[in-house]
Design a protein around this ligand. Structure first.
Ligand SMILES: Cc1cc2nc3c(=O)[nH]c(=O)nc-3n(C[C@H](O)[C@H](O)[C@H](O)COP(=O)(O)OP(=O)(O)OC[C@H]3O[C@@H](n4cnc5c(N)ncnc54)[C@H](O)[C@@H]3O)c2cc1C
Length: 317
């Protein structure tokens, strides 16, 4: 089933394709709100939006929440059924404000959404140990959506749509931006990777990760990790950890090396088409969840796999 009107709101270009695809899946018409220039509006139309509203980019004097009242007024007037906001820090703020303006609540960080006789969403609770199902009872449902929930469609340059620039009266947010600095470190987009090698505490030192990096390079995979590797050991950046509080990946293949397979990690990878694990403990929980399990010590198994791949001169495609 679908609803009549879906609006998507994002301040992140990377999330645009996935939200547009979600809009097409759930609604008859899709309207996108972007905070950027007109080029992003054209992209939104090619990715599935029927109409795009372009608001100015947030700046030192304009924070994204300044637009919340104007957007809520437009949503009310258009009698929108579902509003999906990208779950970035700013996205969550504006979703809360818009929901408040509409006299409802925002359903946060959904992992699944469906139209039955209303909007029904699922999201993880208790750190990923349980899934809660909720139904929106308000006329307009407001939800926040992280990456990995929908799969972006290929751009279709023949799609047509309308683009409207909006210059609303700014609401007083009581917030002033003092400083904006570009983010240091890597830019990683794990959600679109086709092959992912994930490393865990089975590695005894940071230097040993080089074995997994070599394997990843040979098969054209992105590197990911469990939370302790990023948050505890700080051997890899936070952008690379996968799970309930990290990234969600949907690759063709996910290889978990030295990862025990706790639920908080596995919810981030269980949409992989094929799951493979290497662990020295045959009772590790990960083996109950994978398609192919290899019981063995990383320090013996990985060098052999890498040597074999080099010997076979496998070419990645
Ligand atoms: C609220 C909350 C949110 C969380 N969110 C996340 C999250 O988003 N992502 C996440 O990853 N975790 C998350 N966690 C942590 C999670 O519960 C686990 O603690 C974590 O995933 C374990 O990481 P690990 O598998 O690398 O380490 P461990 O559980 O310590 O497992 C290491 C594994 O390596 C194996 N091993 C050891 N040596 C070798 C060897 N030489 N060769 C082969 N195998 C070996 C061991 O048998 C073991 O199975 C969260 C926890 C909480 C409470």
């Amino acid at each position: 089933m679908t609803v009549n009107k879906v609006w998507i709101i994002t301040d992140d270009r990377n999330a645009l394709g996935e939200l547009c695809a979600g809009g097409r899946q759930l609604g008859e018409t899709v309207s996108a709100v972007v905070f950027a220039d007109k080029t992003q509006a054209e992209e939104a139309i090619q990715l599935g939006a029927d109409e795009v509203y372009v608001f100015g980019q947030p700046s030192e004097s304009v924070v994204i929440e300044s637009y919340s009242k104007a957007i809520a007024d437009m949503i009310r007037e258009a009698e929108v059924n579902l509003v999906m906001v990208h779950a970035s820090v700013s996205g969550k703020l504006i979703a809360g404000k818009i929901a408040a303006q509409l006299g409802t609540g925002a359903l946060a960080n959904i992992s699944d959404i469906d139209v039955e006789d209303g909007i029904v969403v699922k999201h993880m609770v208790y750190g990923g140990a349980a899934v809660r199902t909720e139904k929106a009872l308000s006329k307009t449902a407001v939800v926040t959506v992280g990456t990995g929930v929908f799969t972006a469609l290929a751009k279709d340059p023949s799609r047509q749509g309308s683009v409207t620039e909006v210059n609303p009266e700014l609401a007083n947010t009581g917030i002033r931006v003092l400083e904006t600095r570009p983010k240091q470190g890597e830019v990683v987009n794990l959600s679109s990777a086709k092959r992912v090698v994930g490393v865990g505490r089975g590695f005894a030192s940071k230097d040993d990760l080089q074995m997994a990096e070599e394997l990843a390079a040979l098969v054209g995979a992105e590197m990911a990790c469990s939370r302790p590797i990023a948050e505890g050991e700080k051997w890899m950046s936070k952008e690379r950890y996968v799970g309930v509080s990290g990234a969600v990946v949907k690759p063709d293949i996910y290889l978990a090396i030295g990862i025990s397979g706790q639920i908080q990690h596995m919810v981030g990878v269980n949409q992989a088409k094929t799951l493979v694990a290497i662990n020295k403990d045959k009772n590790a929980p990960v083996f109950k969840q994978v398609d192919i399990g290899l019981v063995g010590d990383i320090y013996q198994v990985l060098p052999q796999i890498v040597a074999k791949l080099k010997e076979q001169k496998l070419v990645t495609v």
